[in-house]
Design a binder for this molecule. Structure first.
Ligand code: SF4
Ligand code: SF4
Length: 56
Protein backbone atom coordinates (compact mmCIF):
# COMPACT_ATOMS: atom_id res chain seq x y z
CA UNK A 1 0.00 0.00 0.00
CA UNK A 2 1.32 3.42 -0.91
CA UNK A 3 0.63 6.26 1.52
CA UNK A 4 0.84 9.67 -0.09
CA UNK A 5 2.65 12.50 1.65
CA UNK A 6 -0.59 14.41 2.20
CA UNK A 7 -1.96 11.79 4.60
CA UNK A 8 -3.31 13.60 7.68
CA UNK A 9 -3.04 10.56 9.97
CA UNK A 10 -6.70 10.99 10.82
CA UNK A 11 -7.17 7.27 11.41
CA UNK A 12 -10.30 6.91 9.25
CA UNK A 13 -8.77 4.09 7.25
CA UNK A 14 -7.67 2.23 10.36
CA UNK A 15 -11.18 2.50 11.77
CA UNK A 16 -12.87 0.80 8.82
CA UNK A 17 -10.54 -2.08 7.99
CA UNK A 18 -12.62 -5.19 8.68
CA UNK A 19 -9.48 -7.10 9.57
CA UNK A 20 -7.95 -4.38 11.71
CA UNK A 21 -4.73 -4.33 9.72
CA UNK A 22 -3.94 -0.62 9.79
CA UNK A 23 -2.18 1.06 12.65
CA UNK A 24 -1.80 4.84 12.78
CA UNK A 25 0.83 5.95 15.23
CA UNK A 26 3.04 9.04 15.49
CA UNK A 27 2.66 10.12 11.88
CA UNK A 28 3.19 6.68 10.43
CA UNK A 29 0.78 4.21 8.91
CA UNK A 30 1.49 0.53 9.29
CA UNK A 31 -0.24 -2.10 7.18
CA UNK A 32 -0.23 -5.80 7.82
CA UNK A 33 -0.12 -6.44 4.09
CA UNK A 34 0.09 -10.22 4.35
CA UNK A 35 -3.41 -10.39 5.80
CA UNK A 36 -4.91 -7.75 3.50
CA UNK A 37 -7.83 -9.09 1.47
CA UNK A 38 -7.74 -6.18 -0.94
CA UNK A 39 -11.27 -5.04 -0.21
CA UNK A 40 -10.15 -1.41 -0.73
CA UNK A 41 -12.52 -0.03 1.91
CA UNK A 42 -9.59 1.86 3.42
CA UNK A 43 -8.84 3.49 0.07
CA UNK A 44 -12.46 4.48 -0.45
CA UNK A 45 -12.92 5.99 2.99
CA UNK A 46 -9.84 8.24 2.97
CA UNK A 47 -11.09 11.84 2.78
CA UNK A 48 -8.01 13.04 0.90
CA UNK A 49 -7.28 10.06 -1.40
CA UNK A 50 -3.96 9.38 0.30
CA UNK A 51 -3.96 5.61 -0.19
CA UNK A 52 -3.13 3.76 -3.34
CA UNK A 53 -2.79 0.05 -3.88
CA UNK A 54 0.64 -0.83 -5.14
CA UNK A 55 0.50 -2.80 -8.36
CA UNK A 56 3.11 -5.53 -8.27
S1 SF4 B 1 -7.85 7.92 6.03
FE1 SF4 B 1 -6.36 8.81 4.60
S2 SF4 B 1 -5.63 10.69 5.60
FE2 SF4 B 1 -6.60 9.41 7.17
S3 SF4 B 1 -4.93 8.21 8.07
FE3 SF4 B 1 -5.85 6.97 6.45
S4 SF4 B 1 -4.61 7.42 4.62
FE4 SF4 B 1 -4.20 9.03 6.11
S1 SF4 C 1 -7.83 -3.23 1.56
FE1 SF4 C 1 -9.35 -3.92 3.08
S2 SF4 C 1 -8.32 -5.56 4.24
FE2 SF4 C 1 -6.74 -4.42 3.15
S3 SF4 C 1 -5.99 -2.90 4.62
FE3 SF4 C 1 -7.62 -1.91 3.37
S4 SF4 C 1 -9.52 -2.19 4.52
FE4 SF4 C 1 -7.99 -3.62 5.36
Amino acid sequence: MIVKEWCMYCGECAGVCPRNLIEVRELTLKFDEKECKDCKICIQVCPVQALEKEVI
